[in-house]
Write a protein that binds this ligand. Structure first.
Ligand code: 13P
Ligand code: SF4
Length: 303
């Protein structure tokens, strides 16, 4: 605790020196969320990165998030606490595979989940996050959509559109781990609780939910609800904001496996160190960034 206090003091000093803003995803460790200027889901944090007038963005999340921030704010320095924090789902789709699909379906538009590399975004018509996926799909002027990389979110979104969706077979290792059996057992144990779930979970699990939404949507829903008890089907870092908003409500995470090890690679010590050394820094080759920026900016314009 004493060490954390010292780290927080050092952080405050460095933030001023570097004119830095700290963005933290809701899946980060509590010790990081506590010191962040903004906490948010993928969409809110991308928006913040695009809007900030700070010189330095410290992105506490996983690699593709830092990359998206750099693409949207090319004149800022973007640093991350640890470059080993990747997203396995983002790594499940490769440029060659996507190009092949595009060749097979020349009339289709490519909609890409933000959980993807800059190279994939550069091959994309429009990016989406779980917060705006349905709106983005509906905004695309094509009857055929190539969807990468999350098959679970793709399945969820396909229920809201008549468009033909060609869905890549990727998934989030963490959310995909939640099973129907887990949920049924939790419901038996906590019969008065509502079950809220992230659409990165399997379709058969999503089907059981009282509410489906992105991380922010889940947080908002639980905050506004008159209900007192919830079974939560998303990453356990979300507990920080849920409990902060509603200290008297009870939140049970639906499985002990709802922990993303990549998100937890970052910690307060590494956060301070990266601001000290200004490393690791995110770089995106300009030709890739330019094309990826178009697909990200199109997303930010969807109302
Ligand atoms: P959101 O932040 O859009 O809810 O996405 C969840 C996620 O898995 C981020 O990696
Ligand atoms: Fe990737 Fe899933 Fe972790 Fe998000 S929670 S970073 S989608 S592995």
């Amino acid at each position: 605790q004493e060490q954390n206090r010292e780290l927080r003091e050092r952080l405050a000093q460095l933030k001023k020196e570097r004119n830095a803003i700290i963005l933290a995803h809701y899946y980060q460790r509590d010790e990081i969320q506590e010191v962040a200027d903004f906490r948010g889901d993928s969409f809110l944090l991308a928006q913040k990165a695009a809007e900030t007038d700070a010189d330095t963005i410290v992105f506490c999340g996983v690699h593709f998030m830092g990359e998206s921030a750099k693409i949207l704010a090319p004149n800022k320095t973007v640093i991350i606490p640890d470059e080993r924090a990747g997203c396995p789902m983002a790594d499940m789709v490769n440029v060659e595979g996507l190009r092949e699909l595009k060749r097979k379906h020349p009339n289709a538009k490519v909609v890409t989940y933000i959980n993807s590399s800059a190279e994939i975004k550069a091959e994309t018509d429009i990016v989406c996050t779980s917060a705006n996926a349905v709106k983005v799909i509906q905004s695309v002027d094509s009857d055929e959509i190539i969807w990468v990389p999350d098959k679970n979110l793709g399945d969820y979104v396909s229920k809201f559109t008549d468009k033909k969706m060609i869905i890549w077979e990727g998934y989030c290792n963490t959310h995909d781990m939640l099973t129907v059996k887990d949920v049924v057992e939790m419901r038996q144990q906590y019969p008065n609780a509502l079950f809220v779930v992230h659409p990165e979970c399997r379709p058969e699990v999503v089907k059981l939910a009282d509410f489906v939404g992105s991380t922010t949507a889940i947080i908002d829903y639980c905050k506004k609800s008159d209900h007192q008890e919830f079974i939560v089907g998303t990453e356990d870092g979300t507990g920080y904001q849920l409990r902060k908003d509603s200290p008297n409500k009870t939140f049970h995470f639906a499985s002990k496996y709802l922990v993303c090890p990549n998100m937890k690679v970052n910690n307060l010590k590494k956060l301070v160190r990266c601001l000290e050394t200004m490393q690791p820094e995110i770089h995106v080759p300009e030709d890739v960034a330019e094309r990826a920026r178009l697909s990200l900016e199109r997303m930010l314009q969807v109302k």
